[in-house]
Design a protein around this ligand. Sequence first.
Ligand code: ADP
Length: 291
Amino acid sequence: MTPLLTIENVAYTYPGGQTPAISGVSMEIAAGSKTALVGPNGAGKSTFLLMLNGILRPDSGVVRFSGRPLAYDSKSLRDLRRRVGFVFQNPDVQIIAPTVEADVAFGPVNLGLPPDDVRRAVRDALDHVGLQGYEDRPPHLLSGGEKKRVAIAGILAMDPEVLVFDEPTASLDPATSGEVMDLLDDLASRGRTVLLSTHDVELAYRWADSVILMGRGRVLARGAPEEVFSDPDLLTAARLRSPALLALSNELAHRGIIDRCPPPKSMAELVDRIERSISDHASDRGGHERR
Ligand code: ADP
């Protein structure tokens, strides 16, 4: 099957930059996947993501969407940006209108949708992010988490196939981060392809089905989160640490206390596995003593 997005040997240097922000970057993104781009600050994650909907154009290499190389004329870009939505790290960059409703309507209006369709798209998008009743509120008076939701609604209103989130939880408190991640899960479970960048290994480990580890503008590794995050050399090269949950489960598996596979993705799952292992052990012992 053709990957939804294909990136072939892409390089980019910012105007006036001394070294490439990314170089030799190749990867494929499957439709419906949940991909986390993980790496320290300055690794090139944002630069890479900005290539996916044509905000940045590679100096060399090719980005393909559904097998076709991106074209950079304004009509092609408009069409691409409807299909690949980009949610910036800082919602203030994205929110432009004086009310929530006008802001979320901006994309559908620009697409030339009739007024009834615009209203429906705005209502559905606001429902989806849990901001019903916020239509007339001025976005600049909202909390960080609410602004993030407005920015996401603005993208959802165009019904894109791919959603790209640059550091979706940056500067949000833990509860709000959790809500935003639940929303991303929900979007992915409805068949959308979701990519995000983060330096939060805990988040990437729990959420992603595929992790791309980046460092110094290059792809260092790609694979299932439990593989990538179990390799200490890779993590050192990327200036990251193993997710605590994975490190603990690997150690428990190493000591024979739980099975190695599949690695637990939540604290509750890990505790269940330990409990099961204790009860299996107790019934084995009971069996031996009776014999
Ligand atoms: P990350 O998202 O992983 O933190 P970035 O893609 O933002 O990394 O940055 C990669 C490199 O490109 C860094 O060295 C950074 O300083 C540089 N860079 C990023 N944005 C700009 C810009 N607008 N102008 C010049 N250099 C930039």
